[in-house]
Design a protein around this ligand. Structure first.
Ligand code: PLP
Length: 250
């Protein structure tokens, strides 16, 4: 199966699931997670009309970004067809970010979907202010309370402190929550965690905190995105089902 065919299939599944759940398929965006994939594969996905991409490492994307920029059309006339144009693609960071790489991330990514501390939010805000940008962010929640995972606990004081800081962090646009639930073979195993994230969003939204938007729920990956859509996901992050298995690197 080609990347184009995979994308078409995933889009069909998203639309069918949304409709079955009584939702408008346009409420659910598809993010193609291209970590470990070479620039060629990203171009191929773009040619299949994919525009939203997720990467989980700053360093890795930095070199890909250079490759992709080099191949992008520079003249308006060249951009009429579906050739890759990095200016028309949107890349989000979805992996853990160290605060000392905040400036680099702000320069490279359109959004950071994995903000997991107040300190990181402050660094991102400062970096965004420096280049006069407003950076959309999602707060990552460790919904399963797993030791090995990043993300703020649903009941963490720091989560409340981060949301309360929103008016002060004026160069950040708070858009919602993101999570990676504990892995289970059966996608149904993830459902209670998706439900819990949606409930958390509702609880936090009820607090009506100024400058805090919570409309986005980024949840669902290749093996469980249908359950995530049924539970209210607005963005599914799909890697393997689009690009195939990743080669595991040490
Ligand atoms: C790798 C990754 C994905 C995609 O996982 P697949 O199972 O390949 O679809 C989604 N979200 C995050 C945060 C990831 O790191």
């Amino acid at each position: 199966m080609s990347i184009a065919e995979n994308i078409a299939r995933v889009r069909d599944r998203i639309a069918n699931t949304a409709r079955r759940a009584g939702r408008d398929p346009r409420e659910v965006s598809l993010m193609a997670v291209c970590k470990t994939m070479p620039a060629d594969r990203i171009r191929e996905a773009y040619e299949a009309s994919q525009r939203l991409f997720g990467e989980n490492r700053v360093q890795e994307f930095q070199s890909k970004h250079a490759t992709l920029s080099a191949g992008s059309p520079t003249e308006a006339s060249a951009a009429v067809c579906d050739v890759f144009d990095i200016a028309k693609a949107e890349f989000h960071l979805i992996g853990h970010l160290q605060s000392n790489k905040a400036a680099k991330a702000v320069a490279l990514f359109q959004a950071v979907d994995s903000v997991d501390s107040l300190k990181l939010a402050e660094r991102l805000n400062a970096a965004a202010a420096q280049i006069k940008r407003r950076l959309p962010i999602l707060i990552e929640i460790n919904i399963g309370g797993e030791e090995a995972k990043t993300g703020l606990a649903p009941d963490a004081a720091e989560l409340r402190a981060l949301l309360q800081a929103a008016p002060r962090l004026a160069n950040l646009e708070f858009r919602g929550l993101m999570t990676v639930p504990p892995f289970t073979e059966d996608p149904e195993g993830a459902r209670p965690f998706f439900r819990r994230l949606r409930k958390l969003r509702e609880e936090l939204a009820a607090l009506r905190m100024p400058q805090v938007g919570l409309q986005e729920l980024s949840m669902g990956m290749s093996h469980d995105f249908e359950a995530a859509i049924e539970e209210g996901s607005t963005c599914v992050r799909v890697g393997t089902a689009i690009f195939g298995e990743r080669v595991h690197r040490p």
